[in-house]
Ligand binder design. Structure first.
Ligand SMILES: C[S@@+](CC[C@H](N)C(=O)[O-])C[C@H]1O[C@@H](n2cnc3c(N)ncnc32)[C@H](O)[C@@H]1O
Length: 382
């Protein structure tokens, strides 16, 4: 129990002390208690029914045997306590210690709630009703256009989407780049992402691995993030995937040793993480599989992971490494959750999801890549 300490100096006069002892016996020690010394009285004050206290003092003072000197001591004690103006009121008592703690906690909680509201996500229309993924889509690699295939899924049936988009919609037939070509690219990409938002469960996460198109000066990571923000998803974080591939050729796009137009390029890519409806995803404790060491390392949002080394073996030019998929899946989903990759390529997401006891659905437009993704899963004995 905490107390506020008040020191009252006294002269060596037993009668005064005796009077205060009479007063002290009227209270519970958890509210207030007195310590008596030769030259002082220490009052330890936690809480006090101040009206009763005042009456008690008045009564003592009016008793005939109390002499003038004693009255002064009682007045001194009363004045000292009455001069404390910082207190709370609880059950008609003045509370002198910790009265602000509850308020502080509730204010902190309120502040925290306010802080996580992500203003742009307010007034979304997401239903909280989640659906099961229909059996026919469970643990499947589907070949086709995600825009068409995703429309066959019900709303709110996927826990986690991990993907890296292609760089070539609408670019196939283009001889030269023009703004219409880029409009076609983003229209198609966002139409697929719109479906992704729809099929994502309330509290589900969508994680996009993306690299800005440096050579075309297109900040794809910003444009994509802006799309999800406009769709009222909550931006949870941005992970920097440091690939450390310094060997990538320095291109001659920019000016050499001159500020006229230096060309800057990164050795990293981004993972933009968004949540639907809420930041918190409920799940069973026994379905958590991330270890303490993994958690501690991976919540540091800069991940140093070498690029995929087996792209030739898998016959795909733009894969992300298994380690990247493993971290995303373990950090943002529970075992038995449903993981989707709408641009599944050689099937890194679906392969790792399977290994980690998640249900998976992978879609890719290329038959060849789908075959690879299936072979990859089948080659493993689980
Ligand atoms: C960047 S790659 C994904 C690679 C994958 N993360 C991996 O590790 O293997 C993008 C993929 O999107 C696929 N794609 C392009 N347009 C598509 C569409 N409309 N629907 C589904 N997949 C498509 C491409 O075939 C390509 O394999």
């Amino acid at each position: 129990m905490n107390y506020k300490k008040i020191e009252i100096p006294i002269s060596a006069n037993c009668e005064e002390v005796e009077t205060v002892k009479i007063l002290s016996k009227k209270y519970k020690p958890e509210d207030i208690y007195f310590e008596f010394f030769d030259d002082k009285i220490n009052i330890h004050l936690n809480q006090l029914d101040f009206v009763s206290f005042k009456n008690d003092i008045e009564k003592l003072k009016s008793q005939k045997e109390v002499k003038n000197g004693n009255q002064n001591l009682l007045d001194l004690i009363f004045d000292k306590i009455n001069s404390i103006k910082s207190y709370g009121i609880k059950n008609k008592k003045r509370v002198y210690v910790g009265y602000n703690d509850e308020k502080k906690v509730s204010e902190r909680k309120k502040k925290e709630e306010k802080r996580i509201t992500a203003f742009y996500s307010l007034n979304h229309n997401f239903s909280k009703h989640n659906n099961n993924l229909p059996q026919e889509f469970e643990n499947q690699i589907l070949c086709g256009d995600s825009l068409e295939l995703l429309q066959k899924l019900p709303d709110n049936c996927i826990d986690l989407i991990l993907t890296s988009p292609p760089y070539n919609f609408g670019l196939e037939y283009a001889e030269t780049q023009d703004d219409f070509m880029w409009k076609r690219y983003f229209d198609k990409l966002f139409a697929i992402f719109e479906q992704c938002v729809r099929v994502l469960k309330y509290s589900g996460r969508i994680i996009i691995n993306i690299q800005p198109l440096y050579s075309d000066y297109i900040p794809t990571h910003h444009l994509i993030s802006n799309f999800f923000i406009q769709k009222k998803l909550i931006w949870k974080t941005e992970i920097l995937w440091e690939k450390n591939n310094y060997s990538a050729k320095l291109s001659s796009w920019g000016s050499w040793k001159s500020p006229s137009s230096p060309y800057l390029k990164g050795t990293w890519e981004y993972l933009e993480v968004f949540c639907k409806g809420t930041l918190k995803k409920e799940g069973k404790k026994e379905d958590i599989d991330i270890t303490e060491e993994e958690f501690k390392e991976w919540v540091n949002a800069k991940w140093s992971i070498a690029p995929e080394r087996n792209m030739q073996k898998f016959g795909h030019p733009a894969m992300f490494p298994e380690e990247l998929a493993k971290r995303v899946i373990k950090l943002f989903s529970y075992q038995n959750d449903v993981v989707l990759d709408p641009f599944n390529g050689a099937g890194t997401t679906t392969y790792v999801a399977k290994i980690l006891n998640r249900k998976y659905l992978g879609i890719d437009i290329s038959e060849e890549y789908c075959k690879t993704a299936i072979q990859r899963i089948n080659s493993q004995l689980f």
